[in-house]
Design a protein around this ligand. Structure first.
Ligand code: SOE
Length: 400
């Protein structure tokens, strides 16, 4: 039987009756794409990771329009709703605040939640810039609350397996981390202005939205990032703004290409774009070491490809595919029989599972789960890439 190697998974200890399991109050800020993904996760978690340390109770959801947030409360099953995030932060029945809003609404609610002693999950990128991200990181550390920045690809079983293989020395010294996160959804010039294309609301375009994910994976799997040289560009300079009834300038990047050095001596490339027809949600990473290589692709997220230089017999050496769905693989014991695969939505279940374990059982999140420290450092790297593109110079990443 293969040694059971898991990432951050507190295996169910003693069997409890349902009466012994406490509830834990959840307040969700945002109810669109991420609000839907996170609400789905809070509801799935207790019956997938049964018996959970606590059963999430959907106390309240917040949104800007009363009509839409009232419907979201009904749809997802929240006890109540509000159009003022301060109600969430100040609600005594809420223990965990989950922020799934657009990037410009991350900092203040998360900082105020930490001040109120709430544990916090915040979507990525954590903030619009490194300064804002540092304020968030400092707040959760000052107030001693558990905190997760939802870089959810870290908690994909295949990525945790890759992390364990690397930590066990199976690749040996690392030479390269290279990653590209490619999508296609705004290649049409008629796609209108949205918050993800307004710097004041998002901070950056493909860089923060997609690039930050692979920056985080590079930091997680390879090493801290030492320096970057990057180029960003905006292919479509203007888009129609429905609210203004006219075309407006696009002030964020559509794509970024960068060369990266890591503090362990490895070098690599990190590329992100929303202008790659045919690439739907294509996050692909590869790591090369002295003993072998690993690669993974989000569009086939249950598979991890490995190559071992010393594999015997030599005649059969080559990349081979591991279907990471065995009971001894990270997280998988709680899901289905092998080969029944899980999907993108289920990674959010792992995120909220980890948060509940951290809050109730004080389980350590690092290094397997991204915290606000990781959210801050990813924002430093992304901002360094933007600076490098503006100056045409190599930028040393400075973490405070
Ligand atoms: C859109 O680019 C998006 O939803 C990102 O915002 C998510 O972080 C990524 O997981 C999928 O694509």
């Amino acid at each position: 039987m293969a040694e059971k190697k898991v990432g951050f998974v507190a295996m169910a200890s003693d069997k409890k009756t349902i009466d012994d399991i406490p509830e834990i109050g959840i307040g969700m800020i945002g109810h669109a794409f991420m609000g839907k993904a996170h609400s789905n996760a809070w509801k799935q978690m207790p019956y997938i990771f049964w018996p959970p340390a606590a059963i999430p109770k959907l106390v309240s959801v917040c949104g800007r329009s009363e009509e839409s947030v009232a419907e979201a409360a009904r749809r997802y099953g929240y006890e109540k709703y509000t159009t003022n995030w301060k109600d969430i932060v100040n609600d005594e029945k809420i223990t965990i605040v989950d922020n799934g809003t657009p990037n410009y609404l991350h900092a203040e609610p998360c900082i105020e939640a930490a001040k109120a002693g709430k544990h916090v999950i915040c979507e990525k990128p954590m903030a619009r810039n490194a300064k804002e991200a540092k304020e968030m990181r400092d707040a959760v550390q000052k107030h001693g609350v558990k905190n997760i920045c939802a870089y959810g690809y870290r908690v994909a079983p295949a990525i945790v397996l890759a992390k364990n293989l690397i930590m066990d020395g199976k690749l040996g010294k690392l030479f390269h981390f290279r990653a590209r996160y490619l999508q296609e959804w705004i290649v049409d010039p008629d796609f209108p202005m949205i918050w993800r294309l307004r710097k004041a609301e998002c901070g950056s375009g493909a860089l923060g939205d997609l690039g930050s994910h692979i920056v985080d994976l590079g930091r997680f799997l390879c090493a801290e990032i030492d320096s970057v040289m990057a180029v960003t560009t905006t292919f479509i300079k203007e888009r129609y703004d429905e609210a203004k009834g006219e075309k407006v300038k696009v002030d964020v990047d559509d794509a970024v290409a960068s060369v990266v050095t890591f503090k362990n001596g490895a070098i690599g490339t990190i590329e992100a774009s929303r202008f790659c027809p045919g690439r739907k949600n294509y996050n692909c990473i590869e790591i090369n070491g002295e003993k072998g290589s690993i690669w993974w692709d989000l569009e086939n997220m249950n598979n991890l490809w490995v190559y071992w230089r010393e594999e015997e017999p030599a005649e059969t050496r080559g990349f081979h595919c591991i279907n990471v769905t065995e009971s001894y693989h990270p997280y998988y014991e709680s899901w289905w029989p092998h080969g029944h695969i899980i999907g993108w939505e289920n990674l959010f279940v792992h995120e909220v599972y980890n948060m509940v374990e951290a809050v109730i059982n004080n389980k350590q999140l690092e290094p397997y789960v991204a915290t606000f420290e990781d959210g801050y450092r990813a924002d430093v790297v992304c901002e360094s890439m933007a600076t490098s593109s503006e100056t045409g110079k190599k930028v040393i990443c400075k973490y405070e």
